[in-house]
Write a protein that binds this ligand. Sequence first.
Ligand code: FAD
Length: 292
Amino acid sequence: MKISKLFEPNKTVLSLEVFPPKKESGLGMIYETLHELQGVRPDFVSVTYGAGGNESSNKTLEIAATIKNRYGIEALHHLTCVNNTQKEIQAILKAMKIAKIENVLALRGDFPEDSKGQMQAQDFTYAKDLISEIVVDPSFCVAAACYPEGHISQALDEENYSHLLEKEQAGAEFFISQLFFDNECFYRMVEGARQIGVTKPLVAGIMPILSQAQVQKMIFMCGSSLPSKLIKLIYRYGNDPIELRKASLEYAWQQMDDLIRHGVDGVHLYTMNRSEIAIKTFAHLRKEESSK
Ligand code: FAD
């Protein structure tokens, strides 16, 4: 089923992200998580793809196919293009079709950090080029990324909305956002995107903080800002990882509750492959839903 069909007025689509483990041995853990998640039933599960065709990217299709075919949950296969030729992309799409995967999150991807700017994009420069390539086959449903605070390498704020519109015009049917900690940034992006003519659903990506080190890494990778409430929370529990996780999960839930109250199209949980986070969060969201 095309995920774009899940979006309806007055409904918040609830989904989550997993990533292929670096080691083969980690696959079992992913499946265990998915097994446990059957009870809370996310609307869809997305599976990341390692740009540059590393070993874990080969696992994306296997995991996405298992999610769909064994667990009966719709799967969204991430796919990056910066390091792939058109021929390679076509081969991946063909394999996806055989595995009955029809939903793709089309991304540009990044060059490896150690490439020191030496690498050049191959046949695709931007995500919109990959989107155009995929939508030639109408059986695919294509999603794309959006950035509440702009992409980290983007020079001008206004570009954020025009690039979003370009992706929609190329054929993206919904968007999933970069993680953010301040909902106002997401609401601002939705307003700006709608004003420029973006009409497709915009899904909010939320990542609970697991540790001080993780948040430091994430903010420099994504350019997401930290509200003072969260900085104080990290300061208070910085030396107590268990309490920090508890408090930051509560913070993420407050973010999600507020987003749902605001009627956002969807909320996407970055699980970091932690089943307990996914299960507790979905239990919380389903409880909130039933108490409405
Ligand atoms: P694009 O939309 O192509 O944008 C890339 C840059 O080019 C931006 O700075 C943009 O402003 C600029 N740009 C876009 N169009 C134009 C234009 N016409 N002219 C000039 N400049 C332009 N990475 C992975 O490797 N694997 C994953 O599985 C993965 N999953 C992700 C999931 C989500 C929800 C998000 C938000 C990101 C994900 N990423 C993933 C990271 C992503 O690959 C990087 O953020 C990447 O740098 C940009 O990808 P994009 O698809 O947004 O690129």
